[in-house]
Design a protein around this ligand. Sequence first.
Ligand SMILES: *Cc1c(COP(=O)(O)O)cnc(C)c1O
Length: 363
Amino acid sequence: MSSTDRIYNFSAGPSMLPLPVLEQAAQEMTNYRGSGMSVMEMSHRSKVYIDIFNETKADFKRLLKVPDTHEVIFMQGGATLQFSAVPLNLIGSTGKADYAITGNFSDLAMQEAQKYGEISIVCSSADKNHSYIPSQDELKISSDASYFHYCANNTVFGTEWKYIPETGSIPIVSDMSSNILSKPIDVSKYGVIYAGAQKNMGPAGLAVVIVDKSLTGKELPSTPKLLSYQVMVDTDSMHNTPACYTIYILGLTLKWLETQGGVEGMEKLKTDKAKILYDVIDNSSLFKGCAEIPARSDMNVTFRTGSDELDDKFVNESTAAGFDNLKGHRAAGGMRASIYNAMPVEGVSALADFMRNFEINNK
Ligand SMILES: *Cc1c(COP(=O)(O)O)cnc(C)c1O
């Protein structure tokens, strides 16, 4: 296998990165643009690195149209550490917060927040194994919540919120780990948006956080300095050494995204890619989608055959055919095809062909 002879990797995360990004990183690995060193080896305070950092942040802000009211910060610990950072920074205003439970990650976020205040579950899709997204009418937002938290795309169950919840004056916090940069978003509607990098942005370990600056500076006294949004804003994410190399890869991914038409280009592409797989599922007498149609995610397509044995056979045969990581999450079972920004449409079409053939051969 040559270094560019790659398989279609449908992993939910860490997941595929664009090949041009990997190639450029490889080319710049030992001597970054005449600096005589790799990005991994340079001081985070050096001009050459500060340029990388500033450009990455500026590109991110431009691509997602982040307004001046909000700041973009780079934190470590992935999305999961934000499950703690969010309550530590925000719950102090009333001691209470609202959580929507639509999958395992929102549930984990809620459990963490319970350590720091009184949490109210304003809706839950657990009654139908997280196969749907509750409607606005079903959200029982508290009048005294410090914030309302929801997970915009449920990576495990394959559902996605198709609307921004209406919460009145309560700030909205959203975990967008698995659908950030897949479409334009109105950032001004959010108090905090956070996302782990390893689905649509870069290597794991980094969290990109977009925070409304008017919400910072109210953290609980016990908040670790590194988890304080105010400290991160004040130090431009450099209170300590940031995840330098990961931020550099994010920067390359953003440059690639720009060549693909930005988030608007990604929205068109992801809609087309998801339709290819959902069309196979909807026209199949073997495969059934796990999510209810109005809630289906364009990033994580979950499906099953109805037989665990046949699901296993599908996973094994698809792996042998060069489609990796199609086994569903252990909490959901069945199959899951994660088709983030870097998955080319050819990969999705090839999987659709494989699925149709599998159905013919397993009648
Ligand atoms: C992957 C994921 C997480 C966890 O991310 P880590 O970086 O592993 O902490 C949290 N939320 C969502 C929606 C995810 O997809």
